[in-house]
Design a protein around this ligand. Structure first.
Ligand SMILES: Nc1nc2c(ncn2[C@@H]2O[C@H](COP(=O)(O)OP(=O)(O)OP(=O)(O)O)[C@@H](O)[C@H]2O)c(=O)[nH]1
Length: 457
């Protein structure tokens, strides 16, 4: 067996934000091709989402930690940084611990990455170089949107490095003549790469895997400095031949805002929010994606947006032990973190709550209003209840000492079923009031303690 045949083939999958890389990976993993694939994911964005969107096909999935592998590779300082180390570490781990358990490696680079530095990794670490062989660089191209990002240095590099260009999303450019124009544009940028048309990444796997398409000589012809392991110069106007200009940082005006938000989302509010967000800032939001917990749904809701196009779909069911925190990431220009976070928060369904307090009524009301504004005395059939307050339609505040009897006798089931949150007011005193058994013999306080309780002091 030749040395080349002994090496593990690596496919580097690149492509601009939202072009369909994850879609292609899922297609590859689901398609029968008799190969075990180790997938390495690298995301740009504060909140990791992609690794969770890869189908569970019994494959090994690795994730490089935070940020952008390529842009941390550009200087010697960052070359040794943790993120860069991550990719090498994962490759070493594959060789040392998983050898024989996979046949090929698929690396998904971030949509904002120049793939060059990832490629360099395979020539700069001896162990990696001995074990792996880049098979091909496959670049996904979003047929609808790629032309509007052609001034991006990263996209140009992604196109230039490609051994195969997949012109994806052709369903969004249905006219044959338009498709021909796009192919001609791509071929002008990279004449040596074969262009393959696709919809949702469905391509013949023989055309992209194990094709031995990568040719270092071709890269060096284009970029003679490619394998120079010295600090890259970031100055776009610098023409000093002594400097390494082979790779530049990505456009720093493109940033990411990631949001973790506990709670259940109201679907209608979510829908309205997305529409108004895109109407006001759609031009600047290149990419949105999220895994969301929509009220009343047992399945995860996966939200995807690429420029003005968005869709949401039910995904697999939430696992019983899974944290249902909503995860959302935005990537784009001039993103306003506060506006995005607060507007996203406004889609959360109000959690019904019950507040139990042990202070005199007026004092308790003042304290509670600090925590929950708009607290009003509760009304029932037009009558005000002395010891109950209503913050809004879903929150009831009860005084522990006076309501404990009612809890015990009549209301426990109603409370446990209808109130997700229990706000206790006061440090002590009320526990004994409600530490009694209800009519079914259950300890009321213990039942409450299992709820999502908040203590207001
Ligand atoms: N209409 C259409 N949509 C597509 C096609 N391929 C992918 N999509 C959608 O485009 C969106 C982005 O797809 P992904 O596969 O997540 O793209 P990506 O390149 O991995 O995105 P990033 O990792 O964020 O850069 C998703 O909503 C996909 O369902 C296609 O051929 N046609």
């Amino acid at each position: 067996m030749s040395e080349l045949e002994n090496k593990i083939p690596v496919t580097i999958l690149t492509g601009f934000l939202g072009s369909g890389k994850t879609t292609l990976i899922n297609y590859v993993l689901k398609a029968f091709h008799g190969k075990k694939v180790a997938v390495i994911e690298n995301e740009f964005g504060e909140v990791a989402v992609d690794n969770d969107l890869i189908v569970d096909a019994g494959q090994e999935i690795f994730e490089t930690q935070n940020g952008c592998v390529p842009c941390t590779l550009v200087s010697p300082h960052s070359y040794n940084s943790k993120v860069r180390g991550d990719l090498v570490r994962i490759l070493h781990e594959l060789i040392e611990q998983k050898r024989g358990k996979f046949d090929m490696v698929l690396i998904e680079t971030t949509g904002l990455a120049d793939p060059g530095p990832v490629v360099q990794t395979f020539f700069m670490d001896k162990t990696v170089q001995d074990a792996f062989q880049i098979d091909a660089i496959v670049t996904m191209v979003d047929a609808k949107h790629f032309q509007q990002h052609l001034d991006s240095e990263e996209l140009q590099q992604q196109l230039a490095f490609a051994d195969r260009l997949i012109l994806n999303k052709i369903d969004l450019v249905p006219e044959e003549a338009d498709q021909k124009d796009l192919i001609a544009n791509l071929s002008a940028i990279n004449p040596s790469a074969q262009v393959i048309k696709s919809q949702f990444g469905q391509v013949s796997l023989d055309e992209i895997l194990n094709i031995r398409g990568f040719d270092l000589e071709k890269v060096l012809d284009r970029e003679p400095e490619f394998l120079r392991n010295d600090e890259a110069c970031d100055d776009n106007d610098c023409h000093d031949a002594a400097h390494n200009h082979s790779h530049k940082r990505h456009d720093i005006s493109v940033t990411s805002v990631g949001i973790y938000l506990p709670g259940e989302l109201d679907f209608d509010l979510l829908n309205g929010w997305v529409q108004s967000l895109l109407a006001s800032s759609g031009q600047n939001i290149y990419r949105m994606k999220g895994i969301l917990n929509v009220k009343g749904e047992e399945d995860r809701f996966v939200f995807q947006g690429v420029h003005m196009m968005f869709d949401g779909q039910q995904d697999r069911a939430w696992r019983p032990d899974e944290d249902r925190t909503n995860r959302m990431v935005f990537i784009g220009k001039d993103l306003d973190r506060e506006v995005l976070t607060n507007s996203f928060k406004s889609c959360i369904c109000f959690k019904p709550a019950i507040v139990v307090y042990s202070l005199p009524r007026q004092e308790a009301k003042r304290c509670i209003q600090n925590v929950i504004p708009a607290t009003q005395p509760a009304e029932n059939n037009g009558h005000r209840h002395r010891n109950q307050f209503r913050c809004d339609s879903a929150t009831t505040i009860l005084q522990a000492s006076t309501c404990s009897f009612a809890f015990g006798k009549r209301y426990l089931d109603v409370i446990l079923l209808n109130f997700q949150r229990l706000l206790f007011h006061g440090e002590s005193g009320y526990e004994c009031d409600i530490a009694r058994n209800d009519h079914a013999g259950r300890n009321v306080y213990e039942c409450f303690a299992k709820r999502d309780s908040i203590f207001i002091h």
